[in-house]
Design a protein around this ligand. Sequence first.
Ligand SMILES: *Cc1c(COP(=O)(O)O)cnc(C)c1O
Length: 399
Amino acid sequence: MSRTPYLADRLQGFGTTVFAEMSALAVATGSINLGQGFPDYPGPPEVLEVARQAIGTAADQYPPGPGIPELRAAIAEHQVRFSGLTYDPDTEVLVTAGATEALAAAMLALVEPGDEVVLLEPIYDSYSAAVAMAGGVVRPVPLTPPGPEGGRWTFDPADVRAAITPRTRLLLLNTPHNPTGTVLSAEELAFLAGVAVEHDLLVLTDEVYEHLVFDGARHVSPATLPGMRERTLVVSSAGKTFNVTGWKVGWICGPAPLVSAVRTAKQFLTYVNAGPFQPAVAAGLRLPDAYVAGVARDLQYRRDVLVQGLRDAGLPVVGPEATYFATVDVRPVQPDGDGLAFCRALPARAGVVAVPSGVFYTPEHAHLGRHLVRFAFCKGDDVLGEAVRRLAAMDGEPA
Ligand SMILES: *Cc1c(COP(=O)(O)O)cnc(C)c1O
């Protein structure tokens, strides 16, 4: 790989993302962008209104370092309501600039240079960079895709055991999982919790899709398992639940000494953020269960539309159990199995943009994701309907 000028060694390889290339391609070709995962429909009006009312008030100035008390209280209430876990809003809850900052601050606070972080692969793109910024080392455990007859993405327990070394500091779990849309099962969680306890690992969980779960699948926070609360930091965010990905309001909950360590790093990254959005997110977290169920139901419908459209276009896909994303194997329409080439040609073949899942793999495992491509379905009816029509008319010839 070529070196990026000026960039420090620890960030070499993180220079340019394929997301930027694909989004630029969408604009240049007038294609429908199903690459990046953000909704094109608004959040709940009552939540948006709280933010509007807050602008022009004292909420425009620096909020308290850990977040406004009202939001920390709402986060703690939300945790009790949905996972049964109790956190002290004053010492065990920290508001961050999105889940992204919570994850990066946790890495910087907890990982020594040379420490290893075990995580499931494909890997959400900010994780490897955050580990690298802390001087840590990523130890990926591959998830195996479902077969043509169905099934789910899962890992081999032996691969998890093999990834643990005396330098392992942290187990980073993302459930529901981006990009695969899988939700860790009770058996998988029990195994992973057992490994964490046995090796006395810290655990960081990214649960930003906690509410975007389909077909009666159930999200269980890993922190609820025996022996886990005391070693686990739980990360989530308002962006995905309330269709406000640009607000960048996230949070991290855990035992006071761990949260205090993360706060030390966080205070020198952003110190604080999103003053007028903090009371709005507090209002969102207090919406009734019916709101949450409605968001999932609505997104499940969008998933079904896209999955059917992909199947009709010759791209067989096992419907994801959660998240914004469906992952397809492109080999039926791209015989060389090159997902990146498929994505580069898709604007010309169909007027649609997706992202090659190869970007979610470490270089040593790139072959595992080469033939996979991720499509986002968090789009309005018109856009999704048009995307499905275009995919159905896809030019049969790979470019
Ligand atoms: C979107 C996303 C994030 C980032 O959340 P922000 O609150 O926007 O920082 C983190 N993790 C995963 C898995 C995501 O998909």
